[in-house]
Design a protein around this ligand. Structure first.
Ligand SMILES: [Fe+2]
Length: 289
């Protein structure tokens, strides 16, 4: 629970505030860019919501915040915001919210499919989401992009009898995963293509769903501060050279129309433009050393 006594001085006066426990993971700005700004070390309230839509976005940010740093001075009903999760971004593709502290607030996603539902990385194990996932038919696969963002995957796996998929090189984070991949660079499971993309970590993988949706983990994202797609140089734990190589390979993903990352903002891509976007990212990444 955010504490008004620890509210940051930068907050614009009004109902919403951010307190000093903020880890500046960026989640609030992804949900409500009109409301939350960046002091450089924390998020802060730069504008108070002016209408219902902005208020809902601010409440979604409050619920998604992994460390509970967003508060309201006057108590308001959060039921509608809680019920809005998971948020449908595109047909059958959902953003889960309830980001987990253990994954430094990484976003997680849900795919609703007739061939079995997927959870991509893990949100907090909260009853609101569990109930929604049950209504939508449970979870068949839990795709873990890499070791950092496993969060509550084991709890979802147990509850839904789901198969956790992780790469061998990152499997220390989920030793009892039901499916540990190695060897082949591409694995086909159901309608998903899993590509090995080492760089951020040694065992990072991305999921390409129906050629159109790229669940990119911490491999590749829209970087708001640079106003471009790329990888985070200062959060590359294994090899920047390997990461550039792995990004370059994604030029083959000609039909990507959505990039859905762990850290960074989810974003649509104009049809047919992804190979060019990747090429530009690679050129930029070579300069960022
Ligand atoms: Fe990561």
């Amino acid at each position: 629970m955010a504490n008004p006594a620890r509210a940051l001085p930068e907050n614009l006066e009004g109902n919403f505030f951010v307190d000093s426990t903020c880890i500046n993971c960026g989640v609030s700005r992804h949900y409500a860019p009109d409301i939350f700004g960046d002091t450089g070390s924390h998020a802060f309230v730069k504008n108070q919501p002016q209408d219902e839509q902005q208020e809902l976005a601010a409440m979604q940010a409050l619920l998604a915040c992994p460390v509970g740093s967003i508060g309201m001075r006057e108590r308001r009903d959060l039921t509608a915001a809680r019920e809005s999760f998971p948020i449908e971004l595109a047909k059958h593709i959902y953003l889960n919210g309830f980001n987990h502290r253990n994954s430094y607030g990484a976003h997680s996603y849900f795919i609703n499919s007739k061939t079995g539902n997927w959870l991509i990385d893990s949100p907090r194990f909260v009853s609101d989401l569990v109930r929604k996932f049950e209504i939508m038919g449970g979870i068949k696969y839990i795709f873990l992009t890499h070791q950092d963002d496993v969060a509550d995957a084991h709890r979802y796996a147990r509850h839904f009898n789901a198969v956790r998929i992780i790469h061998k090189f990152d499997s220390d984070a989920q030793k009892d995963a039901e499916m540990i991949l190695e060897g082949k660079s591409v694995h086909h499971i159901s309608e998903g293509e899993i590509h090995f993309t080492p760089g951020h970590t040694r065992g990072h993988m991305v999921l390409l769903w129906r050629s159109k949706f790229l669940f990119s983990g911490d491999h590749y994202a829209w970087i708001s501060s640079s106003n471009r797609f790329g990888s985070f140089r200062d959060a590359c734990w294994y090899s920047w050279e390997r990461q550039i190589e792995s990004v370059k390979k994604m030029q083959a993903f000609k039909d990507v129309e959505w990039v859905l990352p762990g850290h960074g903002k989810w974003k649509q891509v104009e049809k047919g433009q992804f190979p060019k976007i990747v090429e530009d990212s690679v050129q930029w990444m070579h300069k960022v050393r």
